[in-house]
Design a protein around this ligand. Sequence first.
Ligand code: CUA
Length: 340
Amino acid sequence: MRRGVLVRLVAVGLAAAAVAFAVAFFVPWLPTSASKEGDRIDFVFWFVTVICIAIFALVVAVILYAVVRFRARPDDDSDGAPIHGHTGLEIAWTAVPAALVTAISVVSAVALAENDHLPKRHLRVNVTAQQFAWSFSYPKYKGLTVSQLRLPLNEAVELKMQSKDVIHSFWVPQFRQKQDVVPGITTRLVITPKRLGTFPVVCTELCGEGHALMRSEAIVMRPKAFAAWAKGQQQAAAKASQGVTGGGPGLAAFNTNGCSGCHTFKPAGSKATTGPDLDNLKVDAARAGKPLAAFVRESIADPNAYIEKGYQPGIMPTTFKSLPAQQLDALVQFLTAGKK
Ligand code: CUA
């Protein structure tokens, strides 16, 4: 190969690499990582991307060279020269990709193993997924259960995830990892948040009518603020269970059972629209021709007994009939309060 040809090949290759790199680097494909595990995933991502860019540049340079240099001239009807392959080239294009793919698997395996490692000192959070809401409970704080995931900065967290109905998938884009939540088994995920802020929790497994609305938030707080928050929540929950504040256990049941994931209800501050607006229960009960409390109780335990106009049967889970009587009573009381 002449020297001038080689220079042109390299120039074309570098130009192609520059374009590919600009597309990879300057387009914000993913939000900035907010966890140590996310950083490792980003490292693997860039490791693979750089290899891809190098191969892309090589292929573009060779294709352009071949198209220009070996194009058919006008009136050239002759066949190409018979070629029987090139042993050196064949060895190269087998050995180099084999080495690259091996390198990618080793780097990925190391990153995955590190991401699964749970330090002794860690916080455990039990995650429950159901159509169409998340709830998070903290064994360390006597089972304190909330609908937003709060995490202390720089502390490893082990999420233990269970589903009450179908397969869901837990994803916080800033933490990068995705983990399916499968009925019947407990799946886990380790997260070490390294950035303060509020990040979306998204369900990424089509799980039914309200899938797109099955969202929550992950709030990363300074450890002191987190501890203060957890203590405050615990005290509030204790007060509520003693009946000091009105509607406490009802509100708690409303949130932990995921009602807020699908229904609008002003006293709970929820605004979801998958199911009927619960601020209108009195009107709905009248339309169904039933006394309010009985109507509410029936609609929780047997959601398909009466379907509000404009909604479909079979959307609301029928799992609530197995709620503990205490919770069911609290829910009915909460939903019917001040409506008689
Ligand atoms: Cu749960 Cu999609």
